[in-house]
Design a protein around this ligand. Structure first.
Ligand code: GRG
Length: 304
């Protein structure tokens, strides 16, 4: 029971999430003003400001504060990570990838602006993410900014998100996806960017190498947890939603944790990942670790 955990005393998680999400939204809003050429900036803003839980940027800010850094030091990194996340969603939704019509409750970028513009909006967001991190980071020495840029780059490229996506695409319709391959896909498609967010936050907050490596481990556990929970939610969604997402999952032959290990074992696995993530936080001051502790539980117990 979360409410009984000692570090939670006096910590209002929902207030924390709302406050941080508002700050991130303001930063994103001002990072991309509506300017010429209007079409591309409209398309970029459409997806970036379309809502979303803002889990990655909030993790980044929380990690910065965990190691004693000021939030402002990690805001450019937080924004950059959300830009990369958003561009990956825009490209993932394209007809040549997942071909989705809806994202965050709204028509997908290519449905509104056309495929050519959606590809370019993704490219522009990706490029801006690195420019923004390099030029808009405040109060941090250049060495640490370069390290943060490097973390983000390796999370995105052919050893990161792109690796996860290509292996996922190549596995479509195949029966040979075992637990190892499934973990590879999830670690690369989801956990790598969460890791960059958390590690980047700690680097820019002035964390020492021991602290950075501890939060890296924390991020790896919650990154995989995020996806295991996603798979569990696919099969446990309410009967009202069963005709949509869960129904789709049941008829498709996509490999998921519940399919490969059974629902109960998948839940046990999720619990183990949560426990291991939280263990990494024991090294830090409990009060400062409270946001990351709660974020891990939020990821484990979320309903969407
Ligand atoms: C990164 C260069 C580059 C290309 C993109 C398309 C692609 C390569 C990768 C796909 C990555 C992908 C869509 C991973 C799934 C990530 C995921 C768990 C999305 C859902 O995240 P939430 O629940 O979503 O945080 P919100 O909407 O709340 O932000």
């Amino acid at each position: 029971n979360l409410v009984q955990f000692p570090v939670l005393k006096g910590f209002e998680f929902n207030t924390y999430m709302n406050e941080k999400a508002n700050l991130v939204n303001e930063a994103l809003e001002s990072a991309i003003p509506l300017q010429e050429p209007l079409k591309i900036h409209e398309a970029m803003r459409y997806s970036l400001l379309a809502g979303g839980k803002r889990v990655r940027p909030i993790l980044c800010l929380a990690s910065c504060e965990l190691v004693g850094g000021m939030e402002v030091c990690a805001m450019a990194m937080a924004s950059a990570v959300e830009m990369v996340h958003t561009m990956s969603l825009i490209h993932d939704d394209l007809p040549c990838m997942d071909n989705d019509d809806l994202r965050r409750g709204k028509p997908t970028n290519h449905k509104v602006y056309g495929e050519e513009t959606a590809v370019l909006a993704g490219d522009a967001l990706l490029s801006l993410a690195f420019e923004h991190l390099a030029t808009r980071t405040i109060g941090v020495g250049p060495g640490r900014v370069v390290q943060a840029i490097s973390e983000l780059g390796s999370a995105v490229g052919s050893q990161g998100l792109v690796a996860g996506q290509i292996v996922d695409l190549c596995s479509e319709g195949k029966q040979d996806v075992d637990l190892n391959k499934l973990e590879y896909i999830h670690v690369h498609k989801t956990a790598k960017l969460l890791e960059a967010a958390v590690v980047g936050g700690a680097l820019l907050g002035g964390g020492n190498s021991g602290e950075v490596e501890r939060v890296r481990k924390y991020a790896r556990y919650i990154g995989l947890l995020f996806q295991v929970v996603d798979d569990i939610l696919d099969v446990t969604k309410s009967s009202e939603e069963l005709g949509k997402t869960a129904g789709k999952d049941l008829v498709s032959d996509k490999a998921t944790y519940p399919k490969l290990m059974g629902l109960e074992k998948a839940k046990v696995f999720a619990g183990e990942l949560l426990e291991k993530a939280v263990e990494e936080l024991a090294y830090f001051d409990a009060g400062k670790a409270a946001p990351l502790y709660h974020l891990a539980h939020y990821i484990a117990y979320r309903q969407n």
